[in-house]
Design a protein around this ligand. Structure first.
Ligand code: THU
Length: 134
């Protein structure tokens, strides 16, 4: 599938303008492409109870489910200046759960296969080994 990385990054940047960040003042926008061509995006949404704030990636994962599921093939996130940033550790785990095997992440060091972003990830296959996968 052809990936329009510039469009993906532009959407992530647009999302930073919608971020709700009264506490950190650090807007994040994220965008992802699904294997059927849908583009999803999200912004961080903080909370007076600081630890329960939502990362931009959370919006993407929720939208993925509600818009029909599928697997992520491309992902990018940026800060309020439009600079590329790495997804936080927890969100790398979220991406792992819903990634296509070909998922590529646009990092500050270039576009990398997901396996380089979260090496040796723990994932659904670990549970499957124990017969616990639905
Ligand atoms: N943040 C994200 O939205 N995604 C990330 O991958 C990194 C961190 C947000 C969480 C918080 O609202 C702000 O950035 C500062 O940590």
């Amino acid at each position: 599938m052809r990936i329009d990385w510039d469009a993906l990054r532009a959407e992530a940047q647009r999302m930073t303008e919608l971020a709700y960040v009264p506490y950190s003042k650090y807007p994040v926008g994220a965008a992802a492409l699904v294997d059927d061509g849908r583009m999803l995006s999200g912004c961080n949404t903080e909370n007076a109870s600081y630890p329960v704030g939502l990362c931009a990636e959370c919006g993407i994962i929720s939208e993925l489910a509600k818009s029909g599921g599928g697997k992520l093939v491309a992902f990018v996130c940026v800060d309020g200046r439009g600079e590329l940033i790495m997804p936080c550790g927890r969100c790398r785990q979220l991406l792992n759960e819903h990634r296509h095997e070909s998922l590529v992440v646009w990092t500050p060091e270039g576009r990398k296969p997901f396996e380089e972003v979260l090496p040796q990830a723990f994932g659904p296959e670990n549970l499957a080994e124990w017969g616990q996968r639905p």
